[in-house]
Design a protein. Sequence first.
Length: 256
Amino acid sequence: MAERGAGGGRTGLPASIEAAWGLRERPAKGPKPGLSLDRIVGAAVAIAAEEGLPAVSMGRVAKALGVSTMSLYRYVAAKDELYVLMQEAALGPPPPAPRDADWREALTAWARAQREVLLSHLWALRIPVSGPPATPNMVAWWEQGLVALETTGLDDGAKISVIMLVSGFVRSEATMMADLDAAVRAGGTPEEFMARHQNTLARLADPARYPSVARLLGSGVMTQPDEPGYEFAFGLERILDGVAVLIEARRADGEG
């Protein structure tokens, strides 16, 4: 039987995460023929996709699989572990990096690919970030991001800081877009949603107290629809502008 809690191997990881790395054998036979870690994770992902992450529980997954809740603990010790495995399954490996791309093109493609995955699995955005990557696909994404920065001359500390900055922006922007999309869907078209929001602000924001907000509302910019993905592209470009400045500064320091 797989150990519960922290794994007993050299990694210190839970047994289910070690299994994802292929570092320990998965149970050959479960309480019910055909039960496996992959089936458990697949059922949990299906529930999250249909009903949202809060609907996922060990009991709910067991019911979907037609087994007892206790039988799941043969494969995964806790719901938090299950969340990690669900995220790993949803993320998948990164797509191939563009050929002959410079660091900026490669990192842009990497960020856009992450965003596409997250927007395809909105429930995954609700899983808290509890530590550095610990599963194969997540580590593969980090590897590709670091490879994109190999020609920049940045040291390892700066590289990981850039990766965390960009991936944090991707996650934050995708979460905001998901929240806005949910609000819009609950209240009509995007244009109707923004018009209501502007009208509410216009009634509440006294121009004498909030002159900048009043000017913004008067410009009509808030009701003008942006191109799809405009805010993401704008934010990512500004972040990469800053990374470019860092790279040039480090190169200048090295030459001096």
